[in-house]
Design a protein around this ligand. Structure first.
Ligand SMILES: NC(=O)C1=CN([C@@H]2O[C@H](COP(=O)(O)OP(=O)(O)OC[C@H]3O[C@@H](n4cnc5c(N)ncnc54)[C@H](O)[C@@H]3O)[C@@H](O)[C@H]2O)C=CC1
Ligand SMILES: O=C(O)[C@@H]1CCC=N1
Length: 271
């Protein structure tokens, strides 16, 4: 099964559902006429229909019945109920792709059918701008081709990598939740700039571009971040004074703790 000419369904057109929809269309991965989306909130659906030309419905049956693959983008807390609502409409020809945090593929198989083909993905909110970091894992019935399709979809909104499912909580801690750790960093760096006399707009732009540039250097040079840090820190210069201030405030432990707390919550949600 290749993505081309497949009917793609999305259940839940909130923040992530919409990001994925737009990304898939922007990348030409599916024609709007082949996309079926459902949500309980009709005004948002109608807006998506007129903006993107996709098929919409407030009834999840319409999405399930019309689609070859169905992306589940509702909150984890309601996922079981949503699945129960359409379990009778699922057969072995349909591929289920869930982005719900913490929910194991086995839970989805349990609620649908033991032989349902399930792929689990943890993307992040940067899918909105085509820069998500996604991890893809396969449930027990999903084939390598199913995983390829998921990789194709999520590669259209950023980078995607295959991981074994037991690492999904770790992925959630690092990249699923990660943008929310970095937004306050950007805000705080901009605050520092404002404190030192820059206007807010310039300070925020400088801070955001600095995060983007640093990330790009790590990805493109593939050097260890410590080596890159050493390239910025002149002896007795400005940067080492800044780095020292960060270390005194426990910045490394704070970020590692954030990843661990999010991963722990993801594990709890899976129970
Ligand atoms: N927001 C994020 O940064 C990320 C979210 N996720 C996962 O994505 C999923 C969606 O999260 P968000 O988009 O942030 O939530 P959201 O609240 O923005 O979207 C959920 C959508 O589901 C709709 N919905 C509620 N009940 C429904 C039903 N019975 N049938 C169909 N649609 C229904 C809501 O109206 C809403 O539009 C969650 O499972 C979350 O764990 C994964 C990675 C990142
Ligand atoms: O906070 C959450 O539960 C979701 C999953 C990863 C990012 N947002």
């Amino acid at each position: 099964m290749h993505l081309e000419n497949k009917k793609v369904g999305i259940i839940g057109t909130g923040k992530m559902g919409q990001s994925l929809l737009r990304g898939i269309i922007r990348a030409g991965k599916a024609k709007p006429a082949n996309i079926y989306a459902s949500d309980v909130y009709e005004p948002a659906l109608q807006a998506l229909k007129s903006e993107l030309g996709i098929n919409v419905s407030t009834n999840n049956f319409d999405t399930v019945d019309n689609s070859d693959l169905i992306i589940l983008a509702v909150k984890p807390q309601i996922l079981r109920n949503v699945l129960r609502g359409f379990a009778d409409h699922i057969n072995e020809h349909k591929l289920i792709i869930s982005i719900a945090a913490g929910v194991p593929a086995s839970t989805i198989e349990e609620e649908l059918h033991e032989d349902t083909r399930v792929i689990r993905v943890m993307p992040n909110i940067a899918a909105t701008v085509g820069e998500a970091a996604s991890a893809v894992s396969t449930g027990k019935n999903a084939s390598a081709e199913d995983a390829e399709i998921a990789m194709e979809i999520f590669s259209s909104v950023g980078s995607a990598a295959l991981v074994p499912e037991h690492l999904m909580d770790a992925v959630t801690g690092v990249s699923g939740s990660g943008p929310a750790y970095i937004f306050p960093v950007i805000e705080a760096m901009a605050d520092g700039g404002v404190l030192e006399g820059l206007d807010r707009e310039s300070a925020q732009k400088l801070a955001a571009q600095t995060v983007l540039g640093a990330a790009k250097m790590v990805l493109e040079t593939k050097k260890h971040p410590a080596e890159l840090k050493d390239m910025v820190t002149s002896p007795a210069g400005t940067t080492i004074h800044g780095v020292h201030a960060l270390e005194k405030n426990g910045v490394r432990a704070a970020f590692t703790d954030a990843v661990m707390a999010s991963a722990k919550r993801s594990r709890e949600m899976g129970k």
